[in-house]
Design a protein around this ligand. Structure first.
Ligand code: SF4
Ligand code: SF4
Length: 269
């Protein structure tokens, strides 16, 4: 089974993955596994880098097609590979809404260290990574599970805290700029001014872009994150999207009106 994983991840250009005993992971949503019809024994955790190098006016994570679709594509392929080799096995893929603490699992797997900005930082791709995981009832020993490692931390240079425009990373502000851009309804003049100043129509990458670990992140080798990218979102681009195209974007989850409002703030300043 170890070779099945190795071959599959190599075919998708995924370099950073590990297998953990489910018992070594912190279960944060037990209800998810209670609804499944198998007993979780192992977790396969992996990183999907998404940095492409271009300058964007939306958070980098949102410039590709919705990353949930990418996570699903990778997990479904992995499950198919597992079940081809072991038809009796059960497996389920997650990403963002997992039964386990995904960041914690990636950290104890040694796939990266944790930054003071709360993000996992990989040695090659910096913090521009998504975490995916597949839970299966295959015993950990068959998949080559590793012993959990001690969590490593960044060197606390303070750059992310100094750069944070709302001060929330310094324990001062009351909201993150990313959350402000995703909030429905009317924004305050101060909030609009922040969006204009930092030229963001969706999200905020400041605590990532100033991080020294992100000085020269490698560009993603994963095909999904290179497809149909939007580096500069405009009202014209948004208006040209039909419902299906809009729903394939990570910035769709708060509804079209929220994104329209943000673009109007930037374009009518
Ligand atoms: S995303 Fe922006 S506003 Fe939010 S914590 Fe990071 S720097 Fe601060
Ligand atoms: S900017 Fe400095 S303190 Fe913040 S996560 Fe990066 S290394 Fe850590």
């Amino acid at each position: 089974m170890k070779d099945i994983l190795k071959t599959y991840f190599a075919s998708k250009n995924i370099e950073y993955y590990a297998v953990l005993d489910y018992a070594d992971c912190k279960e944060i949503n037990p209800g998810i596994m209670e609804r499944e019809d198998f007993t979780p024994c192992s977790v396969i955790v992996y990183l999907l880098p998404y940095y492409t190098g271009e300058t964007v006016n939306i958070s980098r994570y949102a410039a590709s097609l919705d990353y949930h679709l990418g996570l699903r594509e990778i997990a479904e392929g992995l499950i198919e590979a597992i079940r081809t080799a072991r038809p009796d096995a059960s497996a389920k893929g997650y990403g963002d809404h997992s039964p386990i603490d995904e960041v914690g699992a990636a950290l104890i797997s040694g796939l990266g260290l944790v930054g003071d900005n709360g993000l996992i930082i990989n040695e090659k791709y910096g913090s521009y990574v998504f975490i995916g995981d597949v839970v299966t009832d295959i015993p950990p020993s068959e998949l080559g599970a590793i012993t959990p490692q001690k969590v490593r931390r960044c060197h606390s240079c303070g750059a992310c805290k100094r750069a944070c425009p709302t001060g929330i990373l310094r324990g001062e502000g009351k909201d993150c700029l990313s959350a402000i851009t995703q909030r429905k309804g009317e924004l305050t003049e101060e909030e609009k001014a922040l969006m204009i100043r930092y030229n963001t129509a969706w999200g905020c990458d400041l605590c990532q872009s100033v991080c020294p670990y992100n000085r020269e992140p490698k560009v993603t080798p994963i095909e999904f994150f290179r497809r149909e990218r939007i580096s500069n979102l405009t009202r014209g681009i948004l208006d040209s999207m039909d419902k299906a195209a809009f729903l394939r974007r990570a910035f769709s989850w708060r509804g079209r009106k929220t994104v329209e409002r943000n673009l109007d703030i930037l374009e009518n300043k």
